[in-house]
Design a protein around this ligand. Sequence first.
Ligand SMILES: Cc1cc2nc3c(=O)[nH]c(=O)nc-3n(C[C@H](O)[C@H](O)[C@H](O)COP(=O)(O)O)c2cc1C
Length: 121
Amino acid sequence: MPVAGLREAIGRAAGMLICTPEYAGTLPGSFKNLLDWTVGGVEIGDKPVGWVNAAAPGRGEGAEATLRSVLGYTGARVVDAACVKVPVERGMTGEDGLIADPEVRRRLGEVLALLAADDPA
Ligand SMILES: Cc1cc2nc3c(=O)[nH]c(=O)nc-3n(C[C@H](O)[C@H](O)[C@H](O)COP(=O)(O)O)c2cc1C
């Protein structure tokens, strides 16, 4: 069952780094539903969670607000330093669909390092 697989995958992860589009000022319904299925489970628990808002400057705030709200119901530990805005424009991706822009790559690496280094103790 997909929900069991989702929870199992989250259970195995050391943390979660989320990057999502914003739809109509909030999370896409499908992704909100995915997160809803983690509410009530123990898998996210106290895991460190961050996100990358890749929208143009000044956009995506509604998605961020909803993320913070839903994650609040899961017990996730939102690592503020790993909740960042890194605008990614279409021209920044290469033929393979991966981000080619060196500065954006550096900033994303930095976020991952911040999340991995998070220690609640
Ligand atoms: C149904 C729908 C609603 C969207 N609503 C927003 C929005 O509220 N705020 C925003 O910044 N972008 C919004 N967007 C844009 C997406 O967040 C995203 O930037 C875009 O879909 C990225 O994919 P693309 O570059 O291939 O279009 C919306 C897109 C769709 C398809």
